[in-house]
Design a binder for this molecule. Structure first.
Ligand SMILES: N[C@@H](CCC(=O)N[C@@H](CS)C(=O)NCC(=O)O)C(=O)O
Length: 214
């Protein structure tokens, strides 16, 4: 059986939703980042990079969100992962996922984990400020991408779920998420999906954090 190693509210929410939407048989194993579970020897044997998500399969473990999501897409061909059947739509989804993972996610890391970028503590506040500025630019771009439908293709995909979790992180950082009404509407459409609701409940995340503060 598949085993998803995830932490509540982390980017592992994205494959969690994809597996749930696919109706896959899987075990959700909690690796709570706040408790340092990802730094324990037992988990480092699963992912030596000490990150979630990781997906255990009968043929071995997959790490890196985008690789996991493409694996789920190939195994199940359901919504919530990467679209299949139209090469351009698949590429567009992967394009967004790559930008999210390599730029947007990294700007959050700059704010939350400045020490990872330099050991010089005197530079940390500069990194944090720069990360926030980058996030504001990324968020404006995501707002521009959010239209009436989904970010890639005619069903929801991992790109939508990844944007969903960024919104929550933006709220946690007090990033003025009320400036992004189209993105908030995209989140509402996603939260209408029963699979998304089940995962949000399983991860014990309050749905209000996926909407602007009132
Ligand atoms: N490149 C990895 C990054 C995953 C990642 O940064 N996951 C975060 C949670 S959202 C994590 O495990 N953080 C723990 C840490 O940074 O120590 C991927 O895309 O899967």
């Amino acid at each position: 059986m598949l085993k998803l190693f995830h932490s509540p509210g982390a980017c592992s929410l994205v494959p969690h939703i994809a597996l749930e939407e696919a109706g896959a048989e899987f075990e959700a194993v909690r690796i709570v980042l706040a408790e340092g579970d990802h730094l324990k020897a037992e988990y480092l044997a699963i992912n030596p990079h000490a990150r979630v998500p990781a997906l255990g399969t009968d043929q071995g473990t997959i790490t890196e969100n985008i690789a996991i999501l493409n694996y789920i897409a190939d195994r199940f061909g359901a919504a919530g992962s990467v679209p299949r059947g139209d090469a351009l739509v698949a590429a567009k989804c992967n394009e967004l996922l790559s930008w999210f993972a390599s730029s947007v996610h990294i700007s959050f890391a700059q704010v939350w984990r400045a020490s990872r970028f330099t050991r010089d503590e005197s530079a940390h506040q500069l990194l944090i400020d720069g990360g926030r500025e980058n996030l504001a630019e990324h968020f404006a771009e995501i707002e521009g991408l959010a239209g009436q439908g989904w970010l890639a293709g005619d069903r929801f995909s991992a790109a939508d779920s990844y944007a969903l979790i960024f919104f929550r992180w933006g709220r946690r950082l007090g990033m003025g998420m009320e400036d992004y009404p189209r993105w908030a509407a995209l989140n509402r459409r996603l939260l209408d999906q029963p699979s998304v609701q089940r995962v949000v409940e399983r991860e014990e995340l309050g749905i209000e954090m996926f909407q602007p503060a009132t």
